[in-house]
Write a protein of this length. Structure first.
Length: 549
């Protein structure tokens, strides 16, 4: 018989901390569940105490509680947010509900926020920005999982021959033009340069003009190269059908770094009557005779919701998993088109007013087959399906098992195919719908439907859901005395009488503080007697070869 020596204490965090008197007969319970957000939730029962303490237990003031669970040799700490306090006015007793910090993400809702478009190169940066906004000081623990989160938006570059790829058609200058086929930025290696005779330089693109539509907002961008730190800029002369200049759009000139190309961008709205724009790049004098000024990578496109979308592309830009690039008329002297290959929502990275931080992040994270988790130490992590908590759980009937249940249920979260429908209103108020699906094999036998009121983050969630469901359907639940090393997502070996040995991963652990017990629920699979999975230790520790086992 196992004799428990567990002791439990709880403190309201502050300066100083205040110890809370737990009810010895029913102190409460704590649950950690890998399939839930918040991952950690708990409830504690407090004995009669002063009204001052009850008043301090105010979830509106973001109060926090530390729970200490000790065996005498091992102590585990839970730092959780206070979510609810229910008090009995008759005896000043109370029940408090606690949760890990995912609950704080669900509390925070911003006004419309475009800042996250700047974090497209790093999912970790994006998550960290949201965490820090919702919970000042919060950030992910170090990790290597870090895919880009591109805002994928169809676009057209309205400029013909935008980098003088084959010749200088549409390019002009009062000085002699010099076309170079290499030496420009990697995405636009060909460029046009002019040399100075001693005054300022002007390089114009297309007297015919880039076609515009009145009332549309455009973004003009180009790459500038120059030596001697010249003062450079770009602009556009917006004209009507008679050639009259209606608007002179200029990017404020800057001192150019002589060692690198620099991309410049400026936005403008085409006024009434506008039909075209003549693009220009310029330096301001004095310029030393014989030195150069160069430009390439012209782009004029209608402004997208992405404020960072000023990068260059043309029809010869190399296709990626995200985008396909084509010339509109089959050659470098036409406009060029960029097409989103994933059909991801244009406004995926727009954090809409009223959308919680949790609801904003979860669809994005899950599209990459990941979960965002905060543990009881307030440590945040991104976890994929291969994540395993340290340690292992072994529970055996007749050895350390107090109780056990084994349930097989086709409806119990198991399926081998999924359809996911996303419905949302985009930034223009237009209702959008996207559907994705995934089947583990063909033919599949059970398909489920997920309906989500979130912008489509690209394909991924359907597969993520199906693969996570494969360990479900057999629920094994066992109870033992805790040693306080139990966590979700640990390796587990469970032996119940009359059932095959079960090897799998813990899904949830619930600590019953009144009974000094932990109940472990696992996603498991039948394992035949003598299987390597049932051996103690690692293969490296075995004597001999696998053939001799």
């Amino acid at each position: 018989m196992t004799v428990s020596t567990n002791t439990y204490r709880a403190y309201l965090l502050g300066a100083p901390d205040i110890e809370l008197p737990l009810d010895d007969d029913a102190p409460g319970r704590l649950t950690l569940d890998a399939g839930r957000a918040p991952q950690v939730q708990g409830s504690l029962t407090l004995k009669p105490q002063s009204l001052a303490v009850l008043d301090a237990l105010d979830p509106r003031e973001s109060a926090r509680v530390r729970v200490e669970c000790s065996t005498g040799t091992t102590t585990r700490f839970f730092n959780l947010g206070l979510r609810k306090r229910s008090a009995s006015q008759a005896d000043a007793g109370a029940t408090i509900d606690l949760a890990s910090d995912e609950a704080l993400l669900d509390d925070y809702r911003p006004l419309d926020d475009l800042a996250l478009f700047a974090a497209q190169d790093s999912l970790r940066d994006l998550v960290d920005q949201v965490l820090a906004t919702a919970i000042p000081g919060a950030a992910l623990e170090p990790g290597t999982i870090d895919p880009p989160v591109r805002a994928l938006i169809d676009s057209t570059n309205l400029v013909r021959n935008p980098r003088a790829q084959l010749n200088t058609t549409d390019w002009s200058s009062a000085s002699a033009l010099l076309r170079q086929s290499t030496g420009g930025p990697a995405y636009a290696p060909s460029y046009v340069a002019v040399q100075s005779g001693g005054g300022g330089l002007m390089l114009s693109y297309s007297d015919a003009g880039v076609p515009l539509q009145a009332g549309v907002r455009y973004r003009l961008s180009a790459d500038i190269g120059a030596d001697l730190g010249q003062i450079v800029g770009i602009d556009a002369l917006v004209k009507n059908s008679s050639g009259t200049v209606l608007l002179d759009v200029a990017e404020a000139p800057i001192a150019k770094d002589a060692t690198a190309w620099q991309r410049m961008a400026v936005e403008f709205t085409a006024p009434a009557g506008a039909v075209k724009a003549q693009l220009r790049a310029f330096t301001t004098g004095p310029v030393v005779a014989g030195h150069y000024f160069a430009v390439t990578g012209w782009r004029v496109s209608p402004v997208t919701i992405d404020p960072t979308d000023a990068g260059y592309f043309d029809g010869d830009t190399t296709d990626t998993d995200d985008y396909a690039y084509t010339w509109a008329a089959g050659g470098a002297f036409s406009t060029s088109i960029r097409t989103d290959r994933l059909d991801r929502a244009d406004d995926l990275l727009l954090w809409r007013a009223g959308v919680s931080a949790l609801d904003f992040l979860m669809p994005i994270v899950q599209a990459f087959g990941l979960r965002l988790v905060c543990d009881e130490r307030r440590a945040w992590s991104l976890r994929d399906e291969n994540h395993r908590a340290a340690g292992a759980v072994s529970v055996r009937y007749g050895v350390n098992m107090i109780a056990g249940d084994d349930t097989l249920d086709r409806q119990g979260g198991w399926f081998d195919a999924a359809v996911v429908t996303h419905r949302w209103r985009d930034a223009d108020g237009i209702e959008q719908t996207r559907t994705e699906s995934f089947a583990l094999h063909t033919p599949y036998t059970r398909c489920v439907l997920f309906e989500r009121d979130t912008p489509y983050p690209g394909p991924g969630f359907a597969e993520y859901a199906v693969r996570r469901a494969q360990g479900r359907g057999r629920d094994v639940s066992v109870t033992r005395v805790p040693d306080w090393t139990e966590h979700p997502e640990q390796h587990a070996t469970l032996l119940l009488t009359g059932a095959p040995a079960q090897v799998g991963i813990t899904q949830a652990v619930t600590f019953d503080l009144a009974r000094d017990e932990v109940t472990i629920t696992s996603r498991t699979a039948d394992t035949p007697p003598g299987a390597i999975d049932l051996l103690v230790g690692t293969i490296d520790a075995l004597v001999g070869t696998i053939d001799s086992l």
